[in-house]
Ligand binder design. Structure first.
Ligand code: ADP
Ligand code: MG
Length: 371
């Protein structure tokens, strides 16, 4: 046990390794499964455990009179110790979210808490300490993560020096961290004497120097070849398993997103779907990795229906809903719903953006569109 580090137990580590090692399993389904992410930032049951909690987070950029809504009422809850991938098209708001969580940018509205720190009300004098000790950040560009005139060990020791740790302690902890991420042999090298992958692994050590609760990484393997990317992501998994640090990593790499237990997809500034991967054991004791895609149900009852589902069924503007004992039926406006046990409700699409449909209790079908 490394002094000063919180380490998860061996049993936990095994299960984390198992859970994160499988690619998409044969049992993956494309059902319309939905998970409610309606825990509040504080107050609601279970929310107290969350290390990251965003509640209706909004970020509007205004430049030259033009407004861009980069985050549109985004809800997100991440529990301690999770290793989560964040995916989404360019411009969907991934970097905006990470910058807010890192304390580098402030939201326009909504709520965001990280490890008990409220990012909307945090005063500027507290932001420095927050960025130094509560979150670690990894940029895509290696040069942005390291000081070129310091060795790897000096780079990792620097945040500890700024936090007031004494010299001997800094050096020994820097060596432990470099060992953890597999680049102890680079300790006395300058960044120019290391490969891109080695520099990114040193950067993970820097980000972890002050034992942050959360490590945020914005496409950390984007500039690397696949072998180096594997090693960098492997170092992140080791840090997650051995130190228990919560990790949120933006990635375009399907190999990375296939190795994490939870992948969340962001579309037009809000979370649209999640893929959860689990290891299941059948009656014969055979273990299998199962990945299941969920649509996210927000607190207002909005559900994003996957684009291909909508296109396949030719859904537009409004759909018919029917509440069944254990599920909800959704039909295109043109179809006559099959025999059912309850009355269908008409639901109006909202603007058609991303195919959202309101499915909350308040939709009663009284607006004249019910057959
Ligand atoms: P991603 O990281 O998913 O590619 P970003 O979070 O960088 O997306 O951007 C989300 C949206 O916000 C985009 O439309 C982008 O053009 C816009 N945006 C990002 N940063 C700024 C900024 N500083 N000023 C104005 N618009 C911005
Ligand atoms: Mg980005």
């Amino acid at each position: 046990m490394r002094e000063g580090w919180t380490r998860v137990g061996e049993g936990d580590r095994t299960s984390i390794d198992q859970l994160t090692s499988g690619a998409r399993g044969p049992g993956e389904r494309r059902d319309a499964t939905a998970v409610g992410r309606d825990r509040e930032v504080s107050g609601a049951p279970g929310a107290g455990d969350a290390v990251i909690a965003c509640d209706r987070l909004v970020r509007i950029y205004s430049t030259a009179g033009i407004e861009v809504q980069a985050l549109q009422s985004l809800d997100l809850v991440v529990d301690p110790g999770e290793l989560t991938a964040l995916v989404g098209a360019s411009g969907s708001g991934k970097s905006t979210l990470l910058n807010i969580l890192a304390g580098l940018d402030t939201p326009t509205a909504g709520r965001a808490r990280v490890a008990g720190h409220d990012l909307l009300t945090m005063r500027s004098k507290d932001r420095l300490g927050y960025r130094r000790s509560v979150v670690g950040f990894l940029w895509q560009q290696t040069a942005r993560n390291l000081f070129s005139h310091l060795t790897a060990a000096e780079n990792v020791a620097l945040p500890m020096r700024l936090a007031g740790l004494r010299r001997g302690k800094r050096r020994s902890r820097a060596m432990e961290l470099l060992d953890l991420v597999g680049v102890a042999y680079c300790a006395d090298r300058m960044p120019a004497q290391m490969s891109g992958g080695e520099q990114q692994r040193v950067a993970i050590g820097i980000a972890l120097a002050n034992q942050p609760a959360v490590l945020l990484a914005d496409e950390p393997t984007g500039e690397l070849d696949s072998d180096s990317a594997d090693q960098v992501f492997g170092a992140m998994r080791t840090a997650n398993a051995e130190l228990g640090v919560t990790i949120l990593v933006v990635t375009h790499d399907p190999l990375v997103s296939a190795q994490v237990r939870r992948t969340i997809a962001i579309r037009d500034g809000r979370i649209s779907t999640e893929v959860l991967r689990r290891t299941t054991v059948d009656d014969q004791g055979e273990a299998a990795d199962v990945a299941q895609e969920y649509s996210v149900l927000d607190r207002a009852g909005r559900l994003q229906i996957p684009r291909d589902f909508i296109d396949t069924l030719g859904m537009r503007d409004r759909v018919l809903l029917a509440l069944e004992p254990d599920h909800l039926g959704v039909w295109p406006d043109t179809a006559s719903p099959p025999t059912r046990t309850s009355t269908p409700h008409a639901a109006h699409g909202h603007g058609g953006r991303g195919g959202q449909a309101d499915v909350h209790d308040g939709v009663t079908g009284t607006e004249g569109d019910q057959p």
